[in-house]
Design a protein around this ligand. Structure first.
Ligand SMILES: C[S@@+](CC[C@H](N)C(=O)[O-])C[C@H]1O[C@@H](n2cnc3c(N)ncnc32)[C@H](O)[C@@H]1O
Length: 285
């Protein structure tokens, strides 16, 4: 065996090790593309993951805003309700939930790993406070500005047109990845600021079906490029329609998603398989 072969074997074993072994059976798996989806509650599934095994997490948790109110969508009055998973349990229970899943995320992050969490005023203060309680190191709060936000029907408030995305490292000792030069390039040669103007998902991102809170691929694309390198493992504990997974695989990262709803997992699988067939993604090796 040549030195080169040994190096390749060690590298390929490292790659496998780098895609965490999880004892639970996945709902869907594509080993060649390094993607695994798990069905169930992330509070039950995350404890099955080994500690220090995930390089980056994007979480778009319940915002707890499904309170029976109304909003405007595509010029029509519609309910704000997203599903039973988004109904508030009261501020204390909501905060306990945020502490519980964030604590598990912190455990599974590698020492230099980072987490990004999106939210509106309904949830983001609890997320930020929970992060402080758990000892995460908050790196940035990104303001995601949606240029074509729906009008406010009541005319008693400013029109909501932003979400916050908190970016945090596992703890104060973390030496997090930040692809500064790449971000500068994407910012037309200027240091990228924390105000990101990104439109909601394009219609072509919804051809396989809709998720009520689907995130645009452009947002995930920027987040993943900023904070990871090729072959890193990206996790989304609230997978939804799998936007994080699509963006991760397009960028040559590995992906693990957890989701309560089989309907949304099936939508994710359709989106993923479309990528594999139509875009001929190269296996992540
Ligand atoms: C805000 S949505 C995420 C949308 C996703 N970012 C996308 O682009 O499609 C939250 C998702 O988390 C799921 N969910 C809610 N509570 C969960 C839990 N405890 N464990 C796993 N999934 C959960 C919901 O079914 C929902 O699909």
């Amino acid at each position: 065996m040549t030195k080169y072969t040994v190096a390749c074997i060690i590298k390929s074993n490292m790659d496998k090790y780098n895609f965490p072994e999880i004892s639970l059976p996945p709902y869907y798996e594509n080993e060649e593309q390094y993607v695994r989806l798990f069905h169930g509650d992330c509070l039950e599934i995350l404890p099955e993951f080994t500690r220090n095994s995930i390089d980056m997490i994007f979480a778009d948790p319940p915002y707890f805003l499904s309170n029976g109110g109304i909003t405007c969508h595509a010029g029509r009055m519609v309910s704000v309700n997203k599903g039973a998973w988004d109904v508030s349990q009261g501020i204390e229970e909501n905060h306990k939930f945020n502490l519980a899943w964030l604590s598990e995320c912190q455990r599974v992050l590698t020492p230099n790993g980072t987490i990004w969490v999106s939210g509106t005023a309904h949830v983001i203060f609890s997320v930020g406070f929970a992060m402080q309680q758990l000892g995460f190191k908050i790196l940035n709060d990104i303001i995601w500005f949606k240029p074509n936000a729906s009008p406010n029907l009541s005319c008693r408030y400013f029109t909501h047109s932003t979400e916050t995305v908190i970016w945090a490292a596992k703890n104060q000792r973390s030496k997090h990845t930040f692809n500064y030069e790449l971000m500068k390039e994407l910012g037309n040669g200027k240091q990228m600021r924390n105000l990101w103007e990104i439109s909601p998902p394009q219609p072509k991102e919804k051809v396989h079906g809709k998720h009520p809170t689907q995130k645009p691929l452009a947002l995930l694309d920027r987040i993943i490029q900023a904070a990871t390198n090729e072959k890193d493992v990206v996790l989304d504990p609230f997978n939804g329609s799998g936007s994080t997974g699509i963006a991760a695989l397009r960028l040559g990262r590995k992906y693990i998603g957890i989701e309560l709803s089989k309907e949304y997992l099936d939508l994710t699988i359709k989106r993923l398989e479309d990528e594999f067939v139509n875009l001929r993604l190269q296996p992540v090796r």
